[in-house]
Design a protein around this ligand. Structure first.
Ligand SMILES: [Zn+2]
Length: 424
């Protein structure tokens, strides 16, 4: 547990701005945070000694940051730059690493209040501060919980009901549309319900169904944009991915499941705001899931572990998407983390898969924090910076050295509050 102590020394509450400015990449502190005085603002807590992974690609060693009564970050800087206030509670994080809480931009969560609440609680345990459910959500609870903040739980965002061609035998929660007007009417309905993004599926499910036609998803995209909503696609084939981009799609919820080409890369690079959520498939290699033992019943863990064996076919499928992701990341395409499905610890596996694909841990951590928050329009999440919501993870080891260190969680803070993980 982090040690909480009260600083007795009578240090003046000042901030050496010049020294802070030496961390050139850091945003400026919020104005109210730099006022000098003997006593700290009430409700402020000081966290000192940690390495901060900011979430924007920069790192601050031996850092100090404060969290105010508003549950937002106040000061963020190097310890050398900050003189601490007397009397403020201090949490000593020496030797530990702090990163922003993880944001998962592609999930499929429960649709009823009890199930969804549990999903959000389990995510909090694993350091996830927000999750977006993509297109299989309806009923009163999902639209109501979209607006709720439950203490100690991740935030919930949803695409509501997505759009696809008729797929008998598969989920009928999404709209099965056969005309452009059905698509437009559905988008207006979802917009009125307050969804966060519009989802389309363009996939023949390995030849089982006719795919949603370009004129139909084109109409959905157009109507969404008219309503101020962005659009995200489940796509599979390269040709469809290109046509979706031509028709204005804003993000992919998966990597393309075939080798990409120069034309595709050029199309994405022309659109700097475009986001790819790679959502890597199973890597197909034997893995040790022992790190989950504090969180899962032994029999459930044993089942998962038994399934985590080498599977050459899965490895080949992973390889295609890994090479695609490696190239997109090297070309500077914006990547955000998403896991698909409803696995609360999924982000930790996904981050390792992204590194296995060739991304650096630093790039992956940006994808899992700032970029995913941006995709979800969580303007106050995703980085450790003045004014941002104080949702962060305290890690026992540095994930920049080994991405699986994101699993070595000492503490999780959501919106300024430390959660009691032992009670989860
Ligand atoms: Zn999905």
């Amino acid at each position: 547990m982090a040690r909480i102590a009260t600083l007795r020394s009578r240090l003046v509450w000042t901030l050496a701005l010049a020294a802070l400015a030496a961390c050139s990449e850091q945003p400026s502190p919020a104005p109210e945070a730099v006022a000098a005085g003997d006593t700290p603002p009430s409700g402020m807590t000081v966290f000192q000694g940690a390495r901060i992974i900011v979430g924007d690609g920069t790192v601050i060693e031996n850092a100090v940051f404060t969290v105010g009564a508003d549950n937002r970050f106040g000061l963020v800087g190097t310890a050398a730059a900050v003189q601490l206030p007397s009397g403020a509670p201090v949490v000593d994080l020496s030797g530990l690493t702090v990163m922003p809480a993880i944001v998962d931009s592609h999930t499929h969560l429960s649709r009823d209040r009890a199930g969804l609440t549990a999903d959000l609680k389990h995510r909090a345990y694993f350091g996830v501060s927000a999750a977006m459910s993509l297109g299989q959500d309806n009923g009163p609870d999902v639209y109501a919980m979209r607006r709720e903040i439950i203490p100690g739980h991740a935030l919930y965002r949803t695409a509501g009901r997505g759009f696809t061609a008729p797929e008998p035998g598969r989920s009928d929660v999404p709209y099965w549309i056969t005309t452009a007007e059905e698509g437009r009417a559905g988008v207006r309905e979802q917009a009125a319900l307050g969804v966060d993004i519009i989802k389309v599926w363009v996939d023949d499910r390995l030849g089982q169904y006719p795919k949603l036609a370009p004129e139909l998803y084109g109409a959905v995209i157009e109507e969404a944009h008219a309503a101020g909503l962005r659009t995200i696609a489940h796509e599979y084939y390269l040709a469809d991915a290109k046509e979706l981009v031509r028709r204005g799609i804003d993000a992919f919820a998966h990597g393309v499941r075939e080798p990409i080409d120069d034309e595709f890369v050029a199309m994405l690079k022309e659109r700097p705001s475009f986001v790819v959520v790679p959502n890597m498939p199973d890597r197909g290699v034997a893995t040790d899931l022992g790190w989950l033992s504090p969180a899962l019943p032994a029999d459930e863990l044993a089942q998962l572990q038994a399934a985590a064996v080498d599977r050459p076919q899965a490895q080949a499928f992973f390889g295609i998407q890994a090479r695609n992701l490696d190239r997109l990341a090297r070309e500077g395409v914006k990547i955000a983390l998403g896991t698909d499905g409803n696995v609360p610890w999924g982000p930790h596996l996904e981050m390792a898969d992204m590194v296995a694909s060739g991304m650096t841990p630093a790039q992956v951590l940006v994808a899992a924090t700032r970029n995913a928050a941006e995709l979800m329009r969580l303007t106050d999440a995703g980085t450790i910076a003045p004014g941002k919501s104080a949702s962060f993870i305290v890690l026992e080891a540095n994930p920049l050295d080994d991405i699986t260190n994101t699993r070595r969680i000492r503490d999780v803070y959501l919106r300024g509050e430390r959660i009691d993980r032992s009670a989860y």
